[in-house]
Design a protein around this ligand. Structure first.
Ligand SMILES: [Zn+2]
Length: 142
């Protein structure tokens, strides 16, 4: 069990405000900050460390869920691009960060990767109500 296992469990129990949607193999949640409007994370339901630990069928299933989530985020937030990030260095439980990026902020930040401004993320923590509002907007197009 890790912190992502806890979040998956709370999401299934209906007690996790950032919860958006349950897919077959994964759970989509609103990211823990909104430094990038519409930032979400797709947690795999199983505590595997990265995508290579899944069977080929499960890799494809997870990837198609990632694409469904990405399309929903694009539809709602209309970003200029999406950045995907899956590292697992901090929590070794398969998850993909989906960062919507916008031309205006990209040009200001010299097109840096989404982690370049990580020290500012804590200034953009949503309230439970904001999580729920964001989640319902994405849920509406899934
Ligand atoms: Zn885990």
């Amino acid at each position: 069990m890790c912190i992502i296992c806890d979040r998956v469990k709370m999401a299934k129990e209906g007690s996790f405000a950032p919860f958006v949607h349950e897919f077959d193999t994964s759970i989509l949640v609103i990211g823990e900050h909104q430094y990038f409007q519409g930032y979400c994370v797709l947690h795999h339901k199983n505590c595997v460390s990265d995508i290579t630990e899944l069977s080929g069928d499960n890799q494809q299933k997870y990837f198609s869920e990632l694409m469904e989530a990405a399309e929903a985020i694009k539809e709602v937030f209309k970003p200029d691009r999406l950045n995907f990030s899956s590292l697992g260095n901090v929590v070794s439980h398969l998850h993909y960060h989906i960062f919507p990026r916008y031309e205006e902020e990209l040009s200001k930040k010299d097109k840096k990767d989404p982690w370049a401004n990580a020290e500012e993320f804590s200034q953009f923590i949503p309230t439970d109500q904001e999580y729920k509002d964001l989640a319902s907007r994405i849920k509406a197009v899934l």
